[in-house]
Design a protein around this ligand. Structure first.
Ligand code: CO
Length: 160
């Protein structure tokens, strides 16, 4: 397998609606493990497949800053089942937009159904940082980035 790297804006794959994954092969599982590695190297809490140039409805997350392996989550073919709890604004960054942040409105609470790295279905429910992160990553697999979502964008402290 070619070594993966994080693709940056304005790579067109970042604006592509990604494909469903029918088969979770060992090669794809390896690629997912590599995504975690890249995410940790870049100090991120979430990374979506298109961000490594992969047209697939997959994203990974670990919102635990100690990088506890037990907090790793893989979402394959995720479906948002419910968004609720009111809309809040939050400052988001993105590994494909280094140095840029944006104020994005999202629902506080989310319920997502997905498959894990073994293909087993699970339901994810959260109303804090993990919910925020999952919605950001879910946007990526629909080809949406903070450039599309943010009301205001900043480079450092300056408005973009
Ligand atoms: Co992002």
């Amino acid at each position: 397998m070619r070594k993966l790297k994080i693709v940056k804006h304005p790579n067109p794959i970042l604006n592509k609606k990604c494909k469903l994954i029918k088969e979770i092969t060992p090669c794809r599982q390896d690629k997912i493990r590599q995504m975690f590695k890249l995410m940790y190297e870049a100090d991120g809490i979430g990374l979506a497949a298109p961000q490594v140039g992969w047209d697939a409805r997959i994203f990974v997350m670990n919102v635990d800053l100690n990088r506890n392996q037990h907090s790793e989550m893989v979402f394959i073919n995720p479906l948002i089942k419910e968004e609720s709890g009111g809309i809040i604004e939050f400052e988001e960054g993105c590994l494909s937009f280094p140095g840029i942040t944006g104020a994005v409105d999202r629902y506080r609470k989310v319920i997502i159904q997905a498959q894990d790295i073994n293909g087993d279905y699970f339901t994810f429910l959260d109303d804090s940082l993990a919910a925020r992160c999952a919605l950001h990553e879910h946007d990526h697999i629909d080809g949406l980035t903070i450039y599309d979502r943010a009301k205001k964008l900043y480079k450092g402290k300056d408005p973009l």
